[in-house]
Design a protein around this ligand. Structure first.
Ligand code: 5AD
Ligand code: SF4
Length: 465
């Protein structure tokens, strides 16, 4: 198994660290790509003989996997670091580590180096595989180790992974981003697009299937760029066709797609492949063509509407979700009204809405006409209100229909209910037996909320639609 190969490679280091049987705790901020990286960090630590702990307070190693996409996420890290100082004072042997996108920014690393002296180790997103050496160096030489040098053109395959869940798993298929949307820090911190080889991805998914996983979500900043940088002649649609053939995997999801890269071939794959969920997450960002141009998004409001029309014509019951930013520099009331108009026209099932956050180093940060926060706050609330109403109405339209639910377990809110997700990625709660976990079952919807659906299991043959 890959875990052992990795362990052997680091046997010297393992001897040193296992002896202590250290307990570790990983705190993850940010997107699913970060969550997936944290699973690899957990895999490495576990291969080194460390044990997962349920609380930061009772751990010997605490790793913070950081995010740089918005300022709030950065503030959160520095806030936590302040609090962790006390833990470190109480337990000087505690190893405190930072990794993730923020650590690919020299200014943040310098700030930690100078102001947060209780941080022991730092590693960048491309240096996760070096964690054993970094820990070894820190422990054996008793010094701070910062390893953020950029080796980003290489993809490290075969790192051990400990998945958070045993039914659903994330699988990163492409790293980095070449799009340079003017507000976004990601291309600067995550580097150029690098696709994993198809055979490596398929191997990983086959192994997940052997372990009993039912659903996988393919991850990338822009999955539609998959394959463009590979020697093999392939693309994302081909990848989906191939994964659809893997026995045991019942659901395939993916995110995120850039509207400019949605091909007819991809729409056909979503329609034709049974296991590919009828759900498309398609960030709009803004409905104003002027703002979209300033964002460097390469599509107009009309083109976005045309894409969603084409998708819905081919797949009428598809669930559409999106990301929207309010308050991009220069956004007028008129531009914002264009965003609301597209939201009302497309009627997304749900939307992640963000207040524009100024990221030093991005072109948008240097633009004139930064929008005052009161205006951003007002627009943000209005956007939420409009979207919540639509989300609820869309859910109400589902009353009486039957959805297939992958049963995940007991509902946290009501222990008499099971919970799971529909193909369109909506939370569905229904009464049932815990033995149903892991099965995909038909549920007839009879009540809805803004964020979830409720219903009853139906027996096969009882379906009305
Ligand atoms: N400010 C606000 N939102 C941002 N996003 C990316 N960069 C910023 C920023 N500077 C949002 C986009 C993207 C999502 C992951 O985060 O909507 O799709
Ligand atoms: Fe950022 Fe744009 Fe790349 Fe998404 S596509 S990660 S928003 S630069």
């Amino acid at each position: 198994m890959q875990e052992n190969i990795y362990a052997e490679e680091y046997s010297e280091i393992i001897k040193n660290i296992t002896a202590s049987g250290k307990k570790y705790y990983i705190f993850t901020i940010g997107c699913q790509l970060n969550e997936n990286d944290s699973e690899k960090i957990a895999g490495i630590l576990s291969a080194l003989g460390c044990i997962k702990s349920e609380s930061a307070e009772r751990s010997d190693i605490i790793i913070y996997n950081t995010c740089a996409v918005r300022e709030n996420a950065e503030k959160k890290v520095f806030g936590h670091l302040g609090k962790l100082k006390k833990l470190k004072e109480d337990n000087p042997k505690l190893i405190l580590g930072l990794c993730g996108c923020m650590m690919n920014q020299p200014a943040s690393v310098e700030k930690v180096r100078n102001k947060y002296k209780h941080v022991d180790i730092i590693f960048g997103t491309q240096n996760i595989h070096l964690l054993p050496e970094i820990l070894f160096k820190h422990i054996s030489e008793n010094k701070r180790v910062f390893d953020v040098q950029n080796t980003q053109e290489i993809i490290r395959e075969g790192l051990p992974v400990i998945h958070e869940d045993d039914l659903k798993a994330w699988v990163t298929v492409i790293y980095g981003c070449n799009n340079y949307c003017t507000y976004c820090i990601v291309p600067y911190v995550r580097g150029k697009e690098r696709s994993r080889k198809t055979q490596d991805i398929l191997k990983e998914i086959r192994e997940l299937s052997d372990k009993g996983y039912k659903e996988i979500t393919l991850l990338g900043q822009n999955v539609n760029s998959y394959g463009k940088d590979l020697e093999e002649h392939t693309d994302f649609a081909e990848l989906l066709y191939n994964i659809n053939e893997i026995q045991g995997i019942e659901r395939i999801r993916f995110m995120t797609s850039h509207p400019k890269d949605i091909s007819e071939k991809l729409i056909s794959v979503i329609k034709d492949c049974r296991k590919v969920c009828k759900h498309l997450h398609l960030p709009l960002q803004s409905g104003s063509t002027k703002v979209l141009s300033a964002m460097n998004r390469h599509y107009t409001g009309e083109q976005y509407l045309d894409i969603t029309d084409r998708v819905r014509t081919k797949i009428p019951d598809i669930s559409l979700t999106t990301d929207i930013i309010v308050g991009f520099p220069g956004e007028t009331d008129r531009d914002f009204a264009d965003t609301l108009a597209i939201m009302k026209s497309v009627r997304f099932d749900s939307a992640f809405t963000f207040k524009y956050s100024k990221r030093t180093g991005t072109p948008a940060a240097r633009m004139q006409e930064q929008i005052p926060s009161e205006i951003i706050d007002r627009r943000f609330l209005e956007l939420l209100e409009v979207q919540n109403k639509i989300s609820r109405e869309k859910n109400e339209e589902m009353i009486g229909s039957v959805v297939e639910v992958l049963v995940e377990g007991i509902s946290k809110k009501n222990p008499l209910y099971l919970t799971g997700r529909s193909e369109g990625n909506k939370v569905v709660n229904f009464p049932g037996d815990t033995g149903f976990r892991g099965r995909i079952l038909p549920v007839k919807i009879n009540r809805v909320q803004t964020w979830s659906l409720e219903g009853n299991l139906i027996k096969t043959g009882e379906r009305s639609n």
